[in-house]
Design a protein around this ligand. Structure first.
Ligand SMILES: *[C@@H]1O[C@H](CO)[C@@H](O)[C@H](O)[C@H]1NC(C)=O
Ligand SMILES: *[C@@H]1O[C@H](CO)[C@@H](O)[C@H](O)[C@H]1NC(C)=O
Ligand SMILES: *[C@@H]1O[C@H](CO)[C@@H](O)[C@H](O)[C@H]1NC(C)=O
Ligand SMILES: *[C@@H]1O[C@H](CO)[C@@H](O)[C@H](O)[C@H]1NC(C)=O
Ligand SMILES: *[C@@H]1O[C@H](CO)[C@@H](O)[C@H](O)[C@H]1NC(C)=O
Ligand SMILES: *[C@@H]1O[C@H](CO)[C@@H](O)[C@H](O)[C@H]1NC(C)=O
Ligand SMILES: *[C@@H]1O[C@H](CO)[C@@H](O)[C@H](O)[C@H]1NC(C)=O
Length: 545
């Protein structure tokens, strides 16, 4: 236990009137919702989206849309809408006449997510700290050149750096006779990049690069001894049953082609740059990919968690750079309640695509558009989808958690005066609104121990720890972390170094009877019903009434 000087310091200057905000640990505030489509708030949000999209499609005279909101835990999308541009009828299109969820669009740089997925499935993330010179023979000859201003320091460029866009190598290579069109062959490409100037120092700051993903594709081929195309087909497309996903342009009849099939960019093959932007897919298939990532179909849960993290800051404090997701911090209702969307957009020819996944809720958004596109249409539609859906999905998560865990937990046969009451309210996480241990007010004691002063107004919130395991009789044990906050703590916001929300530092800071006081394990029976809660530190199991 930590040394405690009761009554020292700040307790006496607390103002009772200004409550301090909750400080949830980053990540899900509730277990991920398993049946969001059944939730009334989600149903209302979907109804709102139908109205909003009536206006969106009325304006979309010259572009087609296929969007979905999906949950990894339900087979049908929460919301799905496809719109055919009225102008398509007069464009003599060789593609579909009517757009639906199986219509194929070009994905542009959304391809990069498929590339990383394939890399992680086939090679794993153990290669991230290795230099690209190890796997791309053409670069070996270029390593160790002395002038960092004129030459890329290829031996400092790691595979992980390429994946996270942190290498500072240029965005594109193009110099006559090749580039965007006609495309460069492999020899021309390496001949070209042997002489391009670096853009930024490696690992200085993220900068978007298509060249990086071409090199990552080549590296994967060396590591596995297989072609990029074979790996994508055999280890991503086939196992996930993505019948409408392609590395090269499929038959015109599958796609939306808003005009001539070359002029729209439909039939243009980017050749050696395939790993950076050549893929095609339907909205349904993009959602299936998002679900597969969130539900760990092809990667283990821990490999997925390592992937879905930010790796660098960007100029926008709410927008971090992942691999190569944009990691967007989205504020929910409470002061320090943020969730993170991992999103990747792509633009090529007359096409724009976006996939956003939110692991905190196991949900995602797919946006595919084609035609004469207004500016920012992909992210704009994601804003439109997210605005009603995110508060509703948090509500669905809260409602499911409340239905499962809320209630009164008591010592078996009431032999001693130990009990706990769990509820949900408007704040993030489950609330422990009352906790007695053998006749003492443990909620108060725990909060004083955590904060090291009194008086306190205990506010105890529980958040998922991500730890679950089997129990006897086919049941399950689900562990949560408790945060013991003083609801009347003085505000300490807007300071240079001080924070009033440092919960990650205080996790497990109080050990009581050689176990962490903030650990609570719920015991579930084989039907998923909560039967009791165990506090390892108090060595007690309280039965759910
Ligand atoms: C749709 O547009 C009309 C006319 O601009 C507007 O009055 C209405 O509020 C809009 N509906 C929605 C759901 O945005
Ligand atoms: C659609 O395209 C037509 C023909 O190019 C143009 O006249 C019209 O203004 C466009 N409509 C919108 C809403 O952009
Ligand atoms: C479509 O085909 C018709 C008949 O061949 C032609 O008159 C028209 O100009 C074509 N429209 C476009 C947009 O190419
Ligand atoms: C670059 O120099 C380092 C340090 O001398 C050496 O370990 C490495 O093998 C060199 N790389 C190449 C590709 O020559
Ligand atoms: C893909 O096609 C195969 C063969 O036609 C079919 O059995 C399978 O159900 C399809 N998968 C999906 C996800 O549509
Ligand atoms: C509960 O408290 C009583 C009185 O302080 C004590 O005698 C008893 O051992 C305690 N019981 C447990 C299970 O801790
Ligand atoms: C149990 O302990 C709490 C906390 O000390 C006390 O408020 C409550 O009255 C006690 N209940 C009983 C039945 O003794």
């Amino acid at each position: 236990m930590r040394f405690l000087r009761l009554g020292a310091a700040v307790g006496s200057i607390v103002s009772i009137t200004t409550a301090s905000p909750t400080c949830p640990i980053d990540g899900p505030a509730f277990p991920k919702p398993l049946r969001p489509s059944q939730n009334e708030a989600v149903k209302a949000a979907v109804a709102t989206l139908k109205d909003v999209f009536a206006n969106v499609t009325a304006k979309a005279q010259n572009y087609s849309i296929s969007v979905q909101v999906f949950s990894a835990n339900e087979p049908e999308p929460l919301f799905s809408l496809s719109h055919t541009a009225p102008s398509l009828a007069s464009q003599n299109s060789t593609g579909v006449k009517t757009v639906d969820e199986n219509t194929v669009f070009r994905l542009g740089s959304l391809t990069k997510i498929y590339t990383i997925y394939s890399f992680l499935i086939n090679a794993g993330d153990k290669h991230w700290d290795e230099p690209v010179t190890k796997y791309v023979p053409e670069l070996q000859a270029l390593a160790n050149r002395s002038d960092p201003v004129n030459y890329v320091a290829w031996d400092e460029i790691t595979l992980g750096g390429l994946a996270t866009q942190l290498t500072g190598i240029p965005r594109e290579y193009q110099k006559p006779p090749c580039g965007a069109y006609p495309t460069c062959d492999r020899a021309q490409f390496f001949n070209g990049i042997s002489s391009f100037y670096p853009s930024l120092a490696p690992f200085q700051t993220p900068a978007y690069s298509n060249v990086a993903f071409q090199l990552l594709g080549y590296s994967l081929e060396t590591i596995t001894g297989k072609t990029f195309q074979t790996l994508m087909q055999e280890t991503v497309i086939k196992p996930l049953g993505l019948n409408n996903t392609f590395l090269k342009a499929p038959e015109d009849s599958r796609g939306v082609i808003p005009g001539d099939h070359y002029e729209t960019g439909w039939a243009f093959d980017i050749g050696e740059s395939v790993a950076t932007g050549n893929m095609y897919a339907s909205a349904k298939d993009v959602s299936t990919l998002g679900r597969a990532i969130l539900s760990h179909k092809l990667l283990s849960p821990v490999a997925t968690r390592r992937w879905l993290k930010p790796f660098a800051f960007s100029s926008d404090p709410l927008a971090m750079v992942g691999m190569p997701w944009g990691a967007r911090r989205i504020k929910l209702e409470d002061t320090y309640r943020y969730t993170t969307a991992f999103n990747k957009a792509g633009n090529i020819g007359d096409y724009s695509a976006l996939l956003a996944i939110l692991p905190d809720f196991d949900i995602g958004f797919t946006v595919l558009v084609a035609g004469e596109l207004p500016g920012n249409v992909g992210f704009g539609l994601a804003d439109t989808l997210g605005e009603p859906i995110l508060p509703a999905i948090e509500e669905a998560a809260r409602a499911e958690a409340g239905a499962k865990y809320s209630g009164r937990y008591v010592y078996p046969n009431n032999k001693i005066n130990s009990s706990m009451t769990i509820t949900t309210d408007e704040l993030p996480g489950l609330s422990i609104s009352q906790w007695f241990s053998n006749g003492t007010d443990f909620a108060w004691i725990a909060t004083v121990l955590q904060n090291q002063y009194y008086p306190v107004t205990p506010r105890i919130r529980l958040y998922p720890s991500g730890l679950e395991g089997p129990a006897e009789n086919g049941g399950k044990r689900v562990a949560f972390k408790a945060m013991f906050e003083d609801a009347d703590a003085p505000r300490n916001n807007n300071k240079m170094f001080s924070t009033e929300c440092g919960s990650w530092v205080s996790i497990e800071s109080v050990i009581y009877g050689s176990a962490a006081m903030d650990e609570l394990i719920f015991n579930l029976d084989s039907s998923g019903k909560v039967t009791s809660v165990t506090s390892p530190s108090l060595r007690v199991t309280l039965d759910k009434k």
